[in-house]
Design a protein. Structure first.
Lengths: 232, 404
């Protein structure tokens, strides 16, 4: 199986000169295409920080992150923005949709940044919103959607750019159980049918139960990694 | 999409956006109004100078200003005047014979420029006739009639038909004196000039000076201001030995007033724009502070710095451009009304405006291109004002901004 994320001994240290705090401590991690992986651990264990490092939102203090053969720790800020746009999808805990745009526009926006043609944008937006069960909510702004619906728009938005993988930071944390189950069903379906790679950070047992690989972090270090896909 | 987001962002906080739009409108109204007052005053000073004092072009002997007790005269004056009156673009022309002397009566005396004029021609060039407020403008054709300014009349306690004595040097440097009778009292927009200029028949002065078909000054009024240079060049070619000067050369102070008025109004406009700029910066900084997380998300998703910058810039420019037309339209309405009806300053300034060569009624006016100039300045202000908030937004780190 193709390795899409290759993290070599990455660490993120805050206050290195005073009282160093290791948010991520010497993590070594490979993620392969098609994984459905959960990063778990108690609050403050470094799940979100690790996710940010893998997604190029933050830079490690040491070590490097190679995505699809590109060492993203060597990219300039502008190159990194462009890299994220074309390679990584994000789903955030608090949805973070653009409030002034409708569901359709939120999904379309990312393709506009990629200069995708109008025809393709229209087709893809319609298909993606239908896939997450929101075909009837296309022209509704986020404020008029429930939390679960907003998060499904966020998943559609993450998929819109045709990323190599999707990073989801506590995606079910703000959802009730019905909405959480529905969201997980959609993500699992995308994973199985379209081989989309998902990496979650989560506390939620329902997510952990659905994950095929579970990585446990304690104090920034990996303490267990179950269900890992064997390397070629 | 960037314009769409910018537009919708503006209406997320309608009150704040409306306040800034109204500020822009009021700022523009104030800026345009002040510019119009200065422009109107400058134009008025220019028109007064051209139509009442110096005309567009004056012709003298080259050393005209060398010795005012013995001003050199130009020969064949009538022929010259006839030729110049027939030139294309000339509306009216007149000749003046000038003597520097003294006016005296029983009350006192004053140094004076004595202007010998051809009454009909002078009325056409300097509108002197319309400035007569008491008595008549050389109607009687009687010899030794005199027209003097109201302020001088008051100072020397002169009334109509009062006798005055004018004393000056003739062509042969002899001191000559002659009695004149006040036939009319005039008041122009320039009290300083009124106080030191009296007018008599040109024939009376020529006789006393011993001149024959000679004159000291030819003043030419043109059909429009743009003809000044071409007509001046034509006259210069016709009379290469004479000094032909346009209004800017005759009265550099008028040219200076015009340029100073423009600069002064620009200073006020810039002060208003600066105040506006701080308002815009404050509003946009607030907007960015409120949307820190959203901007972080946009950056995380892959919106590059250029697009983020242009989004904030677009938002600011839309905000300002929506306020601008209202301010400019209201300003246009008010200025157009006042350009006809004027602002009468008599109640607050008395007649002091006249001491500076202005009328008591100010007529604010502003050419259309000046409105556009102000609009362009406002847009430039908006763009400059957006730069600081935009840089603040660009400095955000997505990972920090998202978690705020």
């Amino acid at each position: 199986m193709d390795t899409i994320i290759d993290a070599h001994n990455i660490s993120k240290v805050y206050n290195p000169d005073t009282i160093p705090v290791y948010a991520v401590n010497n993590v070594h991690l490979h993620v392969h295409a098609g994984e459905f992986t959960a990063l778990v651990g108690p609050s403050g264990s470094g799940k979100t920080t690790l996710l940010n490092l893998l997604g190029g939102l933050d830079r490690p203090t040491s070590g490097n992150v190679v995505i699809n053969g590109v060492d993203i720790t060597q990219l300039s800020p502008s190159q990194l923005i462009d890299f994220r746009l074309h390679n990584i999808g994000f789903v955030f805990q608090s949805f973070n949709l653009i409030p002034v745009l409708t569901a359709r526009e939120n999904v379309e926006f990312i393709m506009l940044l990629q200069n995708v043609s109008k025809k393709e944008r229209d087709q893809r937006v319609t298909a993606l919103l239908a896939e997450v069960g929101l075909a009837d909510k296309m022209n509704v702004r986020p404020a008029q959607l429930s939390g679960g619906q907003q998060q499904r728009v966020a998943v559609a938005r993450a998929l819109a750019s045709k990323p190599k993988f999707i990073l989801a930071d506590e995606p079910t944390a703000n959802l009730d159980s019905v909405a959480a189950t529905k969201l997980l069903d959609i993500m699992a379906k995308l994973n199985q049918e379209e081989n989309m790679t998902f990496i979650f950070s989560t506390h939620d047992q329902r997510v952990i139960d659905r994950a095929r690989r579970v990585i446990t972090l304690v104090d920034g270090a990996i303490t267990s990694d179950t269900g890992q896909t064997p390397t070629d | 999409m960037i314009t769409k987001i910018a537009w919708r962002n503006i209406w997320r906080n309608p009150t704040r956006s409306l306040v800034i739009m109204i500020s822009v409108a009021i700022g523009l109204l104030a800026g345009a109004f002040i510019a119009a007052i200065y422009w109107g005053m400058g134009q008025e000073r220019f028109r007064i100078a051209i139509e009442n004092e110096i005309a567009h072009i004056q012709i003298h002997q080259p050393d005209f200003t060398k010795d005012f007790t013995q001003i050199p005269s130009m020969p064949q004056a009538m022929e010259m005047l006839t030729t110049i009156k027939q030139l294309d673009g000339v509306k009216a022309a007149t000749m003046r014979t000038i003597a520097m002397g003294m006016l005296a009566n029983a009350t006192g005396s004053a140094g004076m420029q004595i202007n010998g004029i051809v009454s009909e021609d002078e009325a056409a060039v300097s509108q002197l006739k319309s400035k007569v407020i008491d008595g008549e403008y050389f109607v009687s054709k009687k010899a030794n009639g005199l027209l003097l300014g109201a302020k001088l009349a008051k100072k020397l306690k002169l009334k109509l038909r009062s006798k005055v004595v004018l004393t000056f040097q003739d062509k042969e440097d002899n001191l000559v004196s002659a009695a004149f009778w006040v036939e009319g009292i005039y008041q122009s927009y320039n009290t300083a000039l009124d106080e030191r200029n009296v007018y008599i028949h040109i024939s009376d002065l020529e006789t006393l000076l011993g001149l024959s078909d000679e004159t000291h000054e030819l003043a030419v009024l043109l059909q429009n201001d743009e003809l000044t240079i071409p007509v001046k060049n034509t006259i210069s070619q016709l009379y290469p030995n004479l000094k032909v000067q346009d209004w800017q050369e005759v009265s550099p102070d008028t040219a200076l007033v015009l340029s100073t008025m423009g600069q002064a109004s620009m200073v006020f406009v810039i002060i208003i724009l600066l105040a506006l700029a701080f308002g815009i910066i404050n509003t946009m900084l607030m907007a960015i502070l409120e949307r820190t997380r959203e901007l972080g998300v946009l950056m995380a998703l892959g919106m590059n710095r250029m697009k983020l910058f242009s989004m904030i810039l677009t938002e600011t420019v839309i905000l300002v451009l929506f306020g601008s037309p209202f301010g400019l339209l209201i300003a246009y309405g008010i200025i157009k009304y006042l350009s006809v009806n004027g602002i009468d300053l008599t109640a607050v300034a008395g007649n002091t405006m006249g001491d500076f060569g202005f009328g008591n009624v100010i007529y604010p006016d502003l050419p259309i291109d000046q409105y556009f100039q102000i609009l362009i300045l406002v847009v430039i202000t908006a763009i400059i004002s957006a730069i600081f908030p935009a840089i603040r937004a660009l400095r955000l780190k997505p990972v920090e901004a998202i978690h705020r």
